[in-house]
Design a protein around this ligand. Sequence first.
Ligand code: DSN
Length: 428
Amino acid sequence: MRDNIIFDLIQKENERQLHGIELIASENFVSSQVLEAMGSVLTNKYAEGLPGRRYYGGCQVVDEVENLAIERLKKLFGASWANVQPHSGANANSAVMLAVLRPGETMLGLDLSQGGHLTHGSPVNYSGKLYRPVFYGVEKETGLIDINKVQEIAHREKPKLIICGASAYSRDWDYAAFRNIADEVGALLMADIAHPAGLIAKGLLNNPLPHCHIVTSTTHKTLRGPRGGVILIGNDIPNPWGIATTKGEVRMLSSLIDSGVFPGMQGGPLEHIIAAKAVSFGEALSPDFAIYGRQVIANAKAMASAFSDLGYHIVSGGTDNHCMLLDLRNKGISGKEAENTLVAADITVNKNMVPFDDKSPMVTSGIRIGTPAITTRGLKESEMGIVVQLIDEALTHRSDIVATKRIKEKIKSMMSAYPLFQNTTIVA
Ligand code: DSN
């Protein structure tokens, strides 16, 4: 019997996505062939291990799928090595830490409350509980990372792992400068490019691969694939690259990371998701994806400028990438209230701490806004001013239910011109 309860809910969610304006910086809309691969019979297969070295029989087909995913991903980023099995970006990061850190060893990352990520050492996350996290932040006046301060902290704290990358930072990263610091203190350098991966893949932002020992990412944000994670090793990093283990033996970095993923962090890889990753990497290899990436950035810049014109404070004053952080303190509205107001009008954003926030993570003083999803829907710079006007109208009339309803109807009518799932270029 068909499970109508669940399929009705899926249909309801489909309609929510179709009618609304999706501005969560970490979300996107996958193509129909990515969805098809995710919903395939590959989900039935157990395949612990790596292609050609599995713990189960019958892996001949999924071996081909996984090898294709690895090859496409390496080609996309010019990487020498890749593991496509992490179920998420958080798992990718934990596998790397398991591979290169011992419990209690020091890591240096961007503070969560200033744009960083939970897995970069937050005390409520395994990374902050198992290891010794220390943090760099952004400057109060500029909202930017001061590399001299990072250097100062690194020299004082002697981390074994330095992490660059963020969840809410709208500027590009100077990976070469981070690498100099890592070399000065003898640390490994990891970039977590979960957010800007799709833009980096097309050369639209600085490339961490020539500078970082390890690069982790999710596959579902600007990369527009299924939810999941990946790990890469840069091209000019000697590989095999020896690293001493607890037993005093020297193992290759790639082999340590493979073991960090399985059996370290995970059991069986999700081969249906790996197939969908391969499809999305194929799509990202297409020249069309560079057009998409350029539009994501152009839309974000147009939005940031429209917000500034209306007196909104953007942390760091603008954006280089797909996202921006609005500090709403000068508008007298909390992040929580803004999120709820906008969601009622079918505009989806998330409340977000801003640097030096005086409110809790459940309330916050800001909202984070991103353009990957609306760009996939087909909206361009000329529509960004309209979207910003609608956001401003909703926030200004936040206690007016009639105004909210009017805005919601306007959005539904506007978005009906932008269907989902039009992005299905295949590259072998
Ligand atoms: N939850 C993701 C984000 O929104 O940035 C990061 O894990």
